[in-house]
Design a protein around this ligand. Structure first.
Ligand code: AHM
Ligand code: MG
Length: 334
């Protein structure tokens, strides 16, 4: 039984038995993500001090090399999961190829692979605006005991066993699903523990917020242009409100709480869209569906798309179910 103020550690232990494979391996993996999130959070919070303690490429006062925060976050998540011998493979936005991790006994006994965007929206760091980490977890499809292959990573989103994000915002939250609803945990920085603050998160079926980079308007497909005009039209509960942070995790998080839609369509500039299927769209789509929302590329359910490459991009429309349905209708009819 989950209850508010439960720590994330307690929640993971109590809910372990509801997960269909109960070896504890997935729980250990989520625990290691929790740990890395705290370390990255600590560093993100110091970002404003960069002029005092040194910029990327500098050496700081303690003689340590300063790293860009996205590189730092990438290293921390990979190190945490590798050193704890918890996954058999990792793919990251920051790495060209996937990483195969040998178990300590070199037997490749771990069953899970993780795909991660270690610091999404990192251009927001310099201006003190929220950023996030996104993760997606699968069971490997190749046999345990052999090195992972690309096939372990190129799985459809509907095969995910867990997914989540960390939002480094006015407070830091970890939000995740193992396919049994979505729960959000807020970090108490004084104690260093995440507490269950948002049990069973749900997208309202309707919303009044649309989030899209309207600077790209002239390059959008006609269906998206028509939908944006629909959002702006004065009729019924419209016009909707426009809110765009430019940080997927933050825009998604707000829309899930308040009701809204996020769109990153393809355009004449980004012919495939901008966002990455495997470590941005799929995990957010899994969360959205688990929270009674919806995610689509305009025509197809995101979670049903067959991946063809690690860093594949797709158009992404995600949020309150009725809003996504409406945007799809405009795409179909354009
Ligand atoms: P990134 O992975 O390079 O940070 O890009 C992903 C980000 C999303 O978080 C955000 O929604 C989008 O890119 C913003 O893009 P744009 O500046 O083109 O609107
Ligand atoms: Mg990203």
């Amino acid at each position: 039984m989950s209850r508010k103020n439960q720590t994330l550690g307690e929640f993971i232990i109590e809910n372990q038995s509801s997960f269909k494979y109960t070896s504890g391996e997935l729980s250990r993996l989520i625990n290691s993500i929790r740990l890395a999130a705290k370390v990255v959070n600590h560093e993100v919070n110091k970002a404003g001090l960069v002029d005092i303690i040194g910029t990327a490429g500098d050496t700081n006062i303690q003689g340590e090399d300063q790293q860009k925060l996205d590189v730092y976050a990438n290293d921390k998540f990979i190190q945490t999961m590798t050193k704890r011998n918890i996954v058999c493979g990792i793919a990251s936005e920051e790495e060209d190829d996937f990483i195969s991790i040998n178990s300590q006994d070199e037997n490749h006994q771990n069953k899970y692979v993780v795909l991660i965007d270690p610091l999404d929206g990192s251009s927001n760091i310099d201006v003190n605006v929220s950023v996030g980490t996104i993760f997606s977890i699968y069971r490997r499809v190749t046999p345990v005991g052999t090195p992972v292959t690309i096939d372990d990573f190129l799985q459809k989103g509907n095969q995910q066993v867990a997914a989540g994000y960390i939002v480094y915002g006015t407070s830091t939250m970890l939000v995740y699903t193992t396919g049994d609803g979505v729960n959000g945990f807020t970090l108490n920085p004084a104690i260093g523990s995440f507490y269950l603050s948002h049990p069973d998160m749900q997208f309202p079926e309707n919303g009044k917020i649309y989030s899209v980079n309207e600077g790209n308007y002239t390059h959008f497909p006609q269906g998206i242009k028509n939908y944006i005009k629909y959002c702006q039209m004065e009729e019924g509960d419209r016009p909707y409100t426009s809110r765009y942070i430019g940080s997927l995790v933050s825009d998604f998080h707000r829309n899930m709480i308040k009701g809204g839609i996020y769109l990153y369509p393809k355009s004449s500039v980004n012919s495939e869209g901008k966002l990455r299927l495997l470590y941005e769209c799929n995990p957010m789509a899994f969360l959205a569906e688990q929270a009674n929302g919806k995610a689509s590329d305009g025509f197809t359910r995101i979670l049903d798309i067959e991946p063809t490459e690690l860093h594949q991009r797709v158009p992404f429309i995600c949020g309150s179910k009725n809003m996504v349905d409406k945007a799809e209708e405009f795409m179909r009819n354009a």
